[in-house]
Design a protein around this ligand. Structure first.
Ligand code: IMP
Ligand code: MG
Length: 177
């Protein structure tokens, strides 16, 4: 049973337009480069699928699964790599594709790990940036939408593993959490 009340924040047409805009910018920035998109599971799986298909340049794909101990809404700062990138990163131009950058703890940790494998570059593409909540320095270079506050679900994003399948992005009414 879903107790949470929620309302649409970005509908699928708006998301589609924004993903295509990002893809156009990334295609221009990475023309002629050895681009690798790394989707951070599970939240980024739909965003990655749409972004990848909208790019006009060749690229390869891989995945990583990171987990932070703690509850859904509050990350603890201790990050575990549950599934690592499998491709060699040497000389590659890597873009980490993430659903949400919130406190920044998860991606700052992973970006540091990746830099030890000598890629040519590492940048971050986030569907949603909650900049106001940043606790650890973590710069998202490509951002779909900036959100100040609230808990977001849909389009890959979950609340306790619910709502990932929804085509639109919703904000949960916090009084119902
Ligand atoms: P950070 O380490 O605090 O930046 O945590 C980022 C991760 O927390 C994201 O990859 C999401 O999995 C999760 N997260 C943070 N805010 C939300 C939200 O509003 N909806 C769904 N997941 C969220
Ligand atoms: Mg998550």
């Amino acid at each position: 049973m879903n107790r949470e009340r929620k309302s649409i924040l970005y509908d699928k047409e708006r998301i589609d337009r924004r993903v295509k805009e990002l893809a156009k910018i990334i295609s221009r920035d990475y023309e002629g480069r050895d681009l690798l998109l790394v989707g951070i599971l599970k939240g980024a799986f739909i965003f990655l699928a749409d972004l990848s298909r909208s790019l006009s340049i060749p690229h390869s794909l891989d995945f990583a699964r990171l987990a932070s101990y703690g509850s859904q809404a509050q990350s603890s700062g201790i990050i575990e790599i549950r599934k690592d990138i499998e491709m060699p990163l040497e000389g590659k131009d890597v873009i980490l594709v993430e659903d949400i950058v919130d406190t920044g703890t998860t991606l700052a940790f992973f970006q540091k790990k990746i830099l030890q494998r000598n890629p040519r570059s590492v940048k971050i593409c986030a569907l949603i940036d909650k900049k106001e909540r940043r606790e650890v320095e973590c710069n998202a270079h490509y951002v779909g939408f900036s959100v100040e506050r609230g808990f977001i679900v849909g389009y890959g994003l979950d609340f306790n593993e619910k709502y990932r399948y929804l085509p639109d992005i919703y904000i949960i009414d916090e009084s119902t959490l």
